[in-house]
Design a protein around this ligand. Structure first.
Ligand code: MN
Length: 236
């Protein structure tokens, strides 16, 4: 190797090391196992304005095309610094403690939003008997479930999510996660199969409801896709 090239490469390597700390891009590139994960932003099953007036068009536009898109881009970028090919999102979540925090935040963000979009539908959908029974069995009644879910979603301090998960005993339970954590993560205290989730980050409602998270939650019931909830229950 010519001396000039050697100096150039050494300087680049040093720069990479100091900027990224323990993540050394040169080491990662030397591994033949490294491959692009190639996660992509899923299309919404409805238009940005379709959930009006409960979730407004501008919020949906920014939420999907900016926030969710950034989680996808940053997840792919974060995985480039990790050895091995990781293209199974649920596998990543199940072992998220072995990844860095960029993977944790962005894999969570990608999963949570992909899950969340499908839980909404323009004008909502009728709740079927199976969901009604599951909610009644676990919470007493659908009305009681809604009241408890509302309380749970209001208790999330800062950014996070409210969840309904199904435990191994088949029972449904409520819980919350901070940031973009979710119940599929090995680091998460709340365990179970996700059935329903509500994004209570301010970016999900602030343009329309400002500080009134309760109004966002109360309106949200009008656009819940109970058919999807039933599908999640059957899967769980
Ligand atoms: Mn969000």
């Amino acid at each position: 190797m010519k001396r000039r090239n050697f100096i150039k490469i050494s300087a680049l390597a040093t720069a990479g090391f100091s900027v990224l700390g323990s993540i050394n891009p040169f080491k990662a590139k030397a591994e033949t196992l490294v491959d692009a994960a190639g996660f992509t932003l899923p299309k919404l099953p409805y238009s940005y304005g379709a959930l009006e007036p409960f979730v407004d068009e501008l919020t949906m536009t920014i939420h999907h095309s900016k926030h969710h898109a950034a989680y996808v881009t940053n997840l792919n970028k974060a995985l480039e610094t990790v050895v091995g090919k990781h293209s199974d999102l649920e596998q990543i979540l199940a072992n998220v403690s072995t990844f860095n925090s960029a993977v944790r935040n962005n894999a969570g963000g990608h999963y949570n939003h992909s899950f969340f979009w499908k839980l909404m539908t323009p004008k909502g959908s009728e709740m079927g008997a199976l969901v009604n029974k599951a909610l009644s069995d676990s919470f007493g009644s659908v009305e009681q479930f809604k009241a408890e879910f509302r309380k749970t979603a209001l208790t999330v301090f800062g950014s996070g999510w409210a969840w309904v998960v199904q435990g191994e005993d088949g029972k449904l339970k409520l819980g919350t996660t901070p940031n973009q954590d979710n119940p599929l993560m090995d680091v998460c205290a709340l365990k179970g199969k996700p059935v329903l989730a509500l994004d209570v980050w301010e970016h999900a409602y602030y343009l329309k409801h400002q500080n009134k998270r309760a109004d966002y939650i109360d309106g949200w019931w009008q656009i819940v896709n109970w058919k999807q909830v039933e599908e999640n229950l059957n899967k769980a």
